[in-house]
Design a protein around this ligand. Structure first.
Ligand code: ADP
Ligand code: MG
Length: 228
């Protein structure tokens, strides 16, 4: 519990700063995007070289990245009240799996869903945030399997709570990084923001739920629990 409290404290007071920063940067960023797009249309008429196209792509990718970091930071720092409503968990999981499927197919990843408990009763949760959590876990799992593998989403009931496990057959998380993966901005990826798990952890805490994981060289299993 102490560790949980410490993690929560990290985000407090940051909310308004993050919202302000988001506001101040988002507007110029939107203007930049628009002008890059206009520039692209202009250049397209002059039959640009591959180099020029490449440069424009870099600009667009990096701008999208700035936007992503900004949004991640705001989401992580905002104290935002949960919007609780009955959620059909089965449906929610299916939709996130569907979102991930095109990428999974490209990467030669099989996705399977295993339901081991009764989900006919809806569960109180903030649907949008829970979707964020699931999608983040699924994306992390896929990113851990660049050479393909199996992603399994299993739903069970543990001590009256619903547990969703996202398991991959990737290379695992080295033991010495286990304490770090939930830290904001901790990433081992070139293109990572390191905000995914910090946000997932925060959202699960807000739900009075929990997020934990097990990992070995044969893969990683993230488990979230939600009170019924
Ligand atoms: P990001 O995905 O942007 O790096 P996250 O907060 O989602 O940020 O994850 C932090 C780090 O935790 C990742 O960079 C990776 O090293 C590790 N990680 C998370 N999920 C997995 C997984 N399923 N398998 C292996 N490593 C993982
Ligand atoms: Mg991630």
């Amino acid at each position: 519990i102490e560790e949980r409290m410490r993690r929560m404290e990290r985000y407090m007071g940051l909310g308004s700063l993050a919202a302000g920063l988001h506001h101040e940067i988002k507007n110029p960023l939107t203007a930049l995007s628009l002008h890059v797009q206009l520039l692209e249309e202009q250049i397209a008429e002059d039959n640009p070289s591959e180099d020029v196209r490449q440069m424009l792509n870099v600009i667009k990718t990096e701008m999208a990245r700035v936007g992503g970091v900004l949004e991640g930071f705001r989401d992580l720092a905002s104290s935002g009240q949960l919007n609780l409503a009955p959620v059909d968990l089965m449906n929610l999981i299916q939709r996130q799996v569907e979102l991930a499927t095109p990428q999974a197919e490209q990467q030669n990843i099989q996705i399977q869903t295993v339901i081991k408990c009764d989900l006919s009763k809806e569960i109180p949760a903030d649907r949008i945030r829970l979707e964020q959590v699931l999608l983040n876990l699924i994306l992390n799992a896929m990113e851990a399997m660049p050479e393909g593998g199996t992603l399994t989403v299993t739903v069970t009931e543990v001590d009256g709570n619903v547990q969703v496990e996202v398991a991959d057959t990737g290379k695992g998380i080295p033991e010495d990084l286990h304490d770090k993966v939930f830290d904001p901005y901790f990433t081992t990826k070139n293109e990572g923001t390191g905000l995914g798990l910090a946000l997932c952890d925060k959202i699960m805490n807000q739900h009075q739920g929990n997020l934990s994981f097990h990992s070995s060289e044969r893969g990683t299993q993230f488990q979230l629990t939600l009170p019924r």
